[in-house]
Design a binder for this molecule. Sequence first.
Ligand code: AMP
Length: 283
Amino acid sequence: MLLHNIEELRKQRKEWQGLKVGLVPTMGALHEGHLSLIKKAKETCDRVVVSVFVNPIQFGPSEDFDKYPRTLDKDMELCNKEGVDIVFAPSPKEMYGEGSRLSNDTLTYVCPPFFYVNKLCGKTRTGHFDGVCTVVLKLFNIVQPDYAFFGQKDAQQVVIVKKMVKDLNVPVEIIQCPIVREESGLALSSRNKYLSEEGKKDALVLSGILNNIKACYNRGITDIKSLKETAYSFLTEKQDLEYLEILDRDTLEEQESADDNSIALIACRVEGVRLIDNIYLKG
Ligand code: AMP
């Protein structure tokens, strides 16, 4: 069932009293990565809602909000195949009301702590995680799920959403699902659509660097500077490196040396497309 409107969603939700409800928040252009979250939700819950909403307030002014792929008919088909109960696809007006200026001048925002935001993607994407937390909390309030499913692909996002849920006592359990990759190793992303075939090959450097760091760690190298330096031989002028970090996977804290709880995270531009990936050094 496709719903665009909050009231209809609430009405349906009332009929699910006593059932375990799962929410999979997405921006659409669904691929196997999203479908893995949906499958996990189906396994865990009695009813599953997938939200499809390209959230304007998490995009910066020079980012790809206008050209972000929107493929609702195809998304509906995929969701129907997976047995999703409701696809919730509100308009920006339905979510944020009238008014052309969406900002914290006029809207209540959820602002996650600076410590979690001032690093990795948050460093260059100013306000991005405010936009993410705001829409995710709104979706939690609208759908009132027992479980919500997020991908490790956006590792910083999951840590920040878990922190918000804990700090604001939101009654939902966050389930993190592993990264789904193409056979080549490229992490699936809706933004891969922007890449040429050549660009997709150049993008393999991200997973290549991460796999190599993991292999080096598992051979006994724990010095973070040395692990990061293993990346440089992979990079060419085709990849514009934004960050490469090795941090604690739960807290995103810097570590003296890598350990079994470390995560390596990378962001690069390839053909102007911003790509992110990450890997746990153990497990
Ligand atoms: P998005 O539509 O990009 O906002 O993603 C919606 C959800 O799908 C987020 O929780 C993402 O982390 C997750 N996701 C995106 N790509 C992948 C992937 N390759 N593997 C697993 N989860 C993913």
